[in-house]
Design a protein around this ligand. Structure first.
Ligand code: SF4
Length: 213
């Protein structure tokens, strides 16, 4: 393993404090503080120390150089999510080696998971298994795409079978519970129709549009 110098969380927090003092002495008042580090645990600890040491300026958070979409999203969800849950963080950047549009989507997803952003649907879907009788992944992506314009925190679930689908759908605003190449549509927890798989998303969207017109 390579030996390398890596700043500790304590050193990062002290460095941030010194920088703040420098800018204060030079007459700056509108300060935003950001600690940059790639290690998720150091990132969390350094920001906690920053606050513990008395920083009351806005803090910008984000795990820097977090990696490609999958790993970077996970690392930021842990780092940023933990700090937000602590009440730390006023602005954020989700740094991904990916399309910047994805960075914004991941940021929103982190905020949605913490109930801090409520202007988009919450769309859940099952992981699929041997019981799956419809194409859950395809249907879910289609639902996400066609509800992207809705600015309400409605909960939509897409489930692959009639075993667990009804239960989850009963706890959602809208639901699909798959059957053999068909599915039951739910609205406000109640089953309202059984339609062929190919029509499920169209019929679901009609229901939603009818409720939000
Ligand atoms: S909802 Fe049904 S198909 Fe989906 S993972 Fe659960 S048991 Fe499997």
């Amino acid at each position: 393993m390579n030996e390398y110098r890596h700043p500790t969380p304590e050193a990062l927090a002290v460095s941030a404090k010194r920088s703040i003092e420098f800018f204060e002495k030079n007459g700056f008042e509108k300060i935003v503080v950001s600690i940059k580090t790639t290690d998720v645990l150091d990132f969390i600890e350094a920001n906690r120390l920053l606050v513990k040491n008395g920083c009351d300026y806005p803090i910008h958070i984000g795990v820097t150089e977090a990696g490609i979409e999958r790993t970077g999203s996970v690392r930021n969800a842990i780092g940023v999510g933990t700090l937000l849950q602590d009440g730390i963080g006023d602005t954020m950047r989700i740094s991904l080696t990916a399309d910047p549009v994805v960075e914004v989507q991941v940021a929103k997803d982190i905020l949605k998971a913490l109930h801090l952003y409520t202007k988009e649907p919450i769309i859940l879907s099952c992981p699929t298994c041997a019981r799956t009788e419809i194409n859950v992944e395809e249907l879910t992506n289609e639902v996400i795409r066609r509800t992207a314009h809705i600015k309400q925190p409605i909960k939509i679930v897409v489930m692959g079978c009639a075993v667990n689908g009804p239960g989850e759908s009963q706890e959602a605003d809208y639901g699909i519970a798959g059957g053999m190449k068909q599915g039951a549509l739910y609205r406000k927890g109640k089953p309202i129709a059984v339609v062929p798989e190919g029509d499920l998303v169209d019929e679901l969207i009609k229901l939603i549009q009818n409720d939000f017109k």
